[in-house]
Design a protein around this ligand. Sequence first.
Ligand SMILES: NCCCC[C@H](NC(=O)CCCN)C(=O)O
Length: 410
Amino acid sequence: RPLISQQREAHQCFTGIRFLYAHKDELHSLSRDIWSNPELAGNEKHAHDRLVRFFSQDQTWTVQSHYKLPTAFKASWGPVSGGVGDPVLNVGFLCEYDALPGIGHACGHNLIAEVGAAAAVGLKAALENQTELPVPVKITVLGTPAEEELGGKIELINAGAFADIDLVFMAHPAQQDASFHPCIIIEEMLVKYYGKASHAAAYPWEGVNALDAAVLAYSNISVLRQQLKPDWRIHGIIKHGGEKPNIIPAYTELEFYLRTPLLKDLCDLKAKAEACFRAAAGATGCQVEITSPTPTYYNILPNATLASLYESNGKALGIHFPEQPTSFCGSTDFGNVSFIVPGIHPFFYICTDALNHTEEYTEAAGAEKAQLYTLRTAKALSMTAVDVVCCPDLLKKVRDDFRLAKLKQK
Ligand SMILES: NCCCC[C@H](NC(=O)CCCN)C(=O)O
């Protein structure tokens, strides 16, 4: 790129970073408030209202509360600059804010909300007053509820919320920084066994024991696990196991998560798991019902250009990226977004060795010391967005990577 445009970008990045530094307390209070009021998937009323207030206080944002879903929102700014009639480049940032049952913000989604909001206001600070951007730029923040359950982003995709977004950014707390780490496909299976109640001491021979079916199913899956590929996962719980020891359980319910890196492997795993569940029904004489109550979350598609820009910007801010990240990964509904819009979902360290989905991680996600890392991540995302909006060649490369990554999946 010509030196003059590099200097201009550096200046814009600096303006965005200075803005975030000046607003760090307000941004921390945003995530701390969400952390102090943990809400389960689909019920994030407090977080929704808090984020809507955050954007509404600056009247240059157009804010839509309850956007397409009861606890989703949309905040948009712009377009600015570019030529009259040029197609607008709409840069999206995503905020998640749901918590886990019993352990609060043990996955740090309060920090995802902060990163998304901070990166968006940082980019706005960098772009406002710009008159010479190569294309008109708009910023859209989507509040995407229910990542831990239900798949809020998938519902938003189906409702058309991503239709006009060109690029999408978010980041997730983890044990290490990584510009990309594969998140795998997940499908949920709900298994219900129907038996027949009876007095467990007086007439056990009259009963059909649905708990026995659940226990056999759990054991069948544990045996199956020995023969699965190393990167496949299947794990579950017994959600309902009966009412009282002296009543032969007439109904039990299990919930299992099935995960594989590739869609075709998921079909194999589903068939094997289903055989385990049906065998348990056959052995006990129960009826079985198997459903997939939520949509499948896809793997995340990589975007090499965005990842490399994010790493250069992150390194300039002091982020260390291990050569071979071994960090946590699970599954995310961002995977489905990555198939329709080019984007990145880096992971970031939050100054703890604790693991996600533990009480220790909940503690860390609310701590002051996570802030340096959270805001640094937001700055790296803003800078990456500045790079792409200022340089049409980079935008083209990002789009080419997106198309290539999709082709490789076929
Ligand atoms: N319907 C179940 C979805 C579980 C999603 C959950 N997500 C996370 O932990 C965030 C990980 C980000 N990659 C999971 O168990 O993977």
